[in-house]
Design a protein around this ligand. Structure first.
Ligand SMILES: Cc1cc2nc3c(=O)[nH]c(=O)nc-3n(C[C@H](O)[C@H](O)[C@H](O)COP(=O)(O)OP(=O)(O)OC[C@H]3O[C@@H](n4cnc5c(N)ncnc54)[C@H](O)[C@@H]3O)c2cc1C
Length: 387
């Protein structure tokens, strides 16, 4: 039977980054198991690619402070592009309550070393005259926020890892996990649709399907799939392509330049958890209403419904990921529940998981904040800046 030092289940961007970080620390006998015939068929290939450090909790900001500079130097480090475009994120507030929230976040972000600034309503009106900004009271802008190409980042991580020792198995689903404890450590036998593998360390990197993998070792993981839909416009040149990701805090509508058009996003509050990956054509009218309300020239955009798509967020009860070793099944690690931020936090996740697996600790974050035990111990942390 094949033996690996570390088995990663799933081969999206999170596993790819963990594989890269493990191998670059000298842990080369890493096996990544993916059930699909190609990488990127899970959430990673559906992502909007936004990367930002403008969060409200310190731990999310810290993860971005590692990840965004990593993306900025991705090609230098890995010899592969990730198409990082630092066009910024602009949050637009229409109420004093939202402005107070941005101000509180700003203070925390600046104290942590982020180059972010508060902007006035007039500055936004002058900068982006095509926004309907009569009700905008101000906002916050960070110029190192921006976008990456998630697919390219994922393949960059995995190509580097496999070129330097890791192995990627495609077309093999993990179907079960047997575990037994001996005196040194836990040992696992991972059953797949082809050959089994034995290992002492497993990382659950199964994205929206993470709960089913955790179930295989008897753990109830609070990660739920939630559909998110994105609508690309046809080529459109009536709004500047140098624009940042613009977030309308009054509705949650946000958009960014993509190719020769724009990518429109809005999280429908009526969406309910479940494995729904079909695009609902009724969503187009809902999103266009919000889009044209904030950007009147979007009345003229053309949409081809066949190019719109849906994917799954992997939601946890406190919208923060679950990272680290299971307290009940030693050797079984989680890298799950990114709640819409798995692309932007993949570099930090790779570093944290590789640190925890290889040395039992990390100095990137206080790992206890994101461990699985926080739910049982009532230590959930709430992030309100979820898009
Ligand atoms: C519409 C949309 C927009 C988004 N926008 C952003 C954004 O702007 N910025 C951001 O940071 N994040 C965004 N996200 C979230 C981000 O895409 C995810 O958090 C991230 O891709 C999770 O990566 P992953 O590797 O954990 O999961 P995935 O990419 O889903 O990979 C998991 C893999 O596990 C495999 N798998 C599952 N079960 C098994 C099994 N039994 N055996 C073997 N393999 C298995 C799957 O096939 C899959 O390939 C968005 C998500 C969606 C849906």
């Amino acid at each position: 039977m094949r033996t690996a030092d570390v088995v990663l289940i799933g081969a999206g961007i999170v596993a790819s980054s963990i594989a890269y970080h493990l191998v670059s620390c000298g842990c080369k006998n890493v096996l990544v198991i993916e059930r699909e015939s190609a990488q990127g068929k899970g959430s990673t290939g559906k992502s909007m690619g936004g990367v930002r450090a403008q969060f409200s909790t310190s731990v999310n900001i810290q993860m971005s402070l590692y990840s965004i500079p990593f993306y900025a130097s991705f090609e230098e480090r890995l010899g592969h592009p990730c198409d990082y475009r630092p066009q910024g994120y602009l949050f637009c507030a229409t109420t004093e309550k939202h402005m107070a929230y941005l101000r509180a976040n700003y203070e925390k972000q600046v104290a942590m070393g982020l180059n972010v600034r508060l902007v006035s309503g007039d500055e936004i009106r002058n900068w982006l005259p095509l926004l309907r900004a009569d009700d905008i009271v101000g906002g916050s802008f960070c110029s190192t926020d921006g976008f990456v190409d998630p697919y390219s980042a994922m393949t960059g991580f995995m190509t580097w890892a496999t070129d330097h020792g890791a192995t990627l198995w495609k077309n093999r689903a993990v179907t079960g996990i047997k575990h037994s404890r001996n005196e040194q450590a836990a040992a696992f036998e991972v059953a797949t649709t082809r050959d089994p593998v034995s290992t002492r360390t497993i990382v659950n990197c199964a994205g929206p399907w993470a709960a089913s993998i955790a179930k295989m070792v008897g753990i109830d993981l609070p990660v739920e799939p939630l559909r998110r839909m994105l609508v690309p416009t046809e080529p459109f040149d009536q709004f500047p392509h140098t624009a940042p990701m613009i977030v309308d805090m009054s509705t949650g509508f946000h958009f960014r330049p993509e190719s020769r058009g724009f990518l429109l996003a809005w999280n429908d509050p009526e969406e309910t958890p479940g494995y729904k990956t079909d695009f609902d054509p009724g969503f187009i009218e809902k999103i266009l209403t919000r889009a044209a309300d904030r950007v009147p020239v979007f009345e003229n955009v053309e949409i081809n419904p066949k190019r719109a798509w849906a994917g799954l967020y992997e939601m946890t009860p406190d919208h923060h990921p679950i990272l680290g070793e299971s307290p009940d099944v030693p050797g079984f690690f989680f890298a799950n529940g990114f709640s819409g931020h798995g692309v932007m936090h993949a570099p930090a996740t790779g570093k944290i998981l590789s640190d925890l697996i290889l040395t039992g600790k990390t100095d990137l974050i206080d790992a206890s904040l994101l461990n699985f035990s926080r739910f049982a111990e009532g230590r959930m942390i709430h992030e309100t800046a979820v898009l």
